[in-house]
Design a protein around this ligand. Structure first.
Ligand code: AMP
Length: 304
């Protein structure tokens, strides 16, 4: 495994591997997993997928300052370079790109990638500028790494929708591959930010996955249930936790992230086989957690 600290090194290492593996059994397609480090099993699942689907696997670790808002956790974002490199080694990564902030943003930046529409709700509404920061850094990383496929977790489902729109609209020659959410055995979605939680907050945070799971069952089994009933049920369940402070509970179409309104209710989407996302963001103390479930709606079973 090679480590690149500069853009020039990353480009040279990846180009050399492309050359070296041309015509080899595993091929020389580049799979890419961008992260902010403090790696866990969720990141590992993306690296395994990348390795399975590409001859060359590239990981980037960069805590991107421009996707954090004022008062967010940029200064205390957890870091563990040594453990991250060990995990990357175990997962068969070929190149780790570990740039400094100065390497990525050496001078005042005048170009920003903005995706509209899908950024209007959910985290786009509660974290202004966040997705500009994400789209800009991922676009820069794509220009540096030139991946054939890039792997992202459905844990950040809005991020997947934003990046999918970015590569489509800007004709970027890379396939965005969404990967399933990895959870702890008790249901908590893995996140680098889980280390901030006290044991009491950690226990209460289970209300997120539990309420999403219960709502998913309701959507699947009750053909007449409305989006308002679903979001009310999830909100009530989360409110039973005294430590939880709700940012949002929303049920939207996926991947367009549009609200369900009178002429586009769950019952209409069932007939067209559309997909929905039920997404939550909840603060426990100063730690903001997100979770979601994406469902393809099926038509009601016929009652005979
Ligand atoms: P981050 O380091 O938090 O920016 O995440 C890097 C990538 O890992 C993103 O594509 C995330 O969606 C993905 N990821 C984070 N947590 C999980 C998880 N629990 N399951 C699957 N993917 C995840």
């Amino acid at each position: 495994m090679k480590i690149a600290a500069t853009i020039a090194e990353a480009r040279a290492l990846i180009a050399a591997l492309r050359e070296e593996r041309r015509g080899s059994a595993q091929g020389n397609a580049v799979g890419f997993v961008p992260t902010m480090g403090y790696l866990h099993e969720g990141h590992a699942s993306l690296l395994r997928r990348s390795r399975a689907e590409s001859g060359i696997s590239v990981l980037s670790i960069f805590v991107n300052p421009i996707q954090f808002g004022p008062g967010e956790d940029l200064d205390r974002y957890p870091r563990s370079e040594k453990a991250d490199l060990e995990l990357a080694g175990r997962e068969g990564v070929d190149v780790v790109f570990l740039p400094s902030v100065d390497e990525m943003y050496p001078e005042e930046r005048k170009a920003t990638v903005t995706v509209t529409g899908v950024t209007e709700r959910l985290c786009g509404a509660s974290r202004p500028g966040h997705f500009d920061g994400v789209a800009t850094v991922v676009s820069k990383l794509f220009h540096i790494v030139k991946p054939d496929k890039a792997f992202f977790g459905a844990k950040d489902a809005q991020q997947v929708a934003v990046l999918q729109k970015m590569v489509t609209d800007l004709n970027m020659d890379v396939e965005i591959v969404p990967c399933p959410i990895v959870r702890e055995e008790d249901g908590l979605a893995l996140s680098s930010r889980n280390v901030y939680l006290s044991s009491e907050q950690r226990r209460e945070a289970l209300v997120l996955s539990r309420s999403l799971r219960e709502a998913a069952v309701l959507i699947e089994t009750d053909v007449s249930v409305t989006s308002r009933q679903i979001t009310n049920q999830v909100t009530k369940a989360i409110e039973t936790s005294p430590l939880a402070e709700i940012d949002y509970v929303e049920l939207l179409t996926f991947p367009n992230l549009e609200p369900l309104v009178a002429d586009r209710e769950l019952s209409d989407l069932r007939q067209s086989g559309g997909s929905v996302i039920l997404a939550v963001a909840v603060k426990f103390g100063t730690t903001r957690l997100i979770d979601n479930v994406i469902m393809k709606l099926k038509e009601a079973p016929l009652h005979v």
